[in-house]
Design a protein around this ligand. Sequence first.
Ligand code: SF4
Length: 328
Amino acid sequence: MKKRVGIPRALLFYEFEAMWKTFFEELGAEVIISPETNKTIKDLAVRFAPDEDCYSTKLYFGHFLYLKDKVDYYFIPRFGSDHEDNVGCPKFLGLAQVLNSLYPDFPEIIMPYYSQAKANHGKKRILKIIFQVGFKFSLNPFKILKAGLRAFKAQEEHEKQLYITEQKLEKWSKSQIVLNGKPNLENRKKPMKIALVGHRYVLNDELSNLDIIENLLQKGVDIITSEQMPRKLIEDQMEKLDYNLYFSNAREILGTILYFLENNTIDGILQLAVFSCGPDSIILELASRYSRRLPDTPLLQLVIDELTSEVGFGTRLEAFLDMLDRRN
Ligand code: SF4
């Protein structure tokens, strides 16, 4: 019988799905990913996660608990960074150990540690992880190495698909292509252009973001998300800062906001932040300061948590779109 590896559909899953899934499937394991966040998962999250955790970490608890009787192992890497200076959120590092100590009777958590910035990890460490994890599923070193190589290839292809080129961004700005579905133009002559920015696990989780992409499309909005932005444009914006923005995911978010504030090629920017997120509290403040300096492209910042009501959220969204319409 195949060994079952459970991966909670939350946090870093939305960044590394292709790599993790390919690796375990190539090793012959059955990969069980928790479903899209639903009411059951949210209820588990709210009931069992520590009150002081950010909303996204609470949802991680929900996904973790949902998988409990369905898997032989959990896979929750302790991922610090793949950059020499910048790091991920400390939650990504600590979560596996927290869950392990809170639920010692649950299936084993496979939790390889990797951090280029803090531990100077590199290729050697990656190889070590591939074999340490791989030997739990196969005794064949060639099969393990092949699984590792295929996993990296899959991730590379995923990123190639996800990150658009600057040429594609220009085409999107001119409405020659769409990137996230076709806007409904029943009530407008041309689509409104909006950049939707936030953590990948918020942008891709419909329950977290209250189905915002579909909602905007129905209102005739043409969307680009921060995760799709050309990497070079984000790094160019970061270079202009006179400080190093330490958190890697914050760079993607602030870089996208700064790019559109500076270039003024779209109608508005919508930032989704997570309640009680440390990095978000910094980016919210920075983004709002830069937006006051460069006010031509309006910025709306919405903070979400488990208590966010669809009605209140929808009203603020509509008021923002009305304001953009009046400006136009
Ligand atoms: S970056 Fe923010 S939202 Fe994401 S896990 Fe860390 S604290 Fe939570």
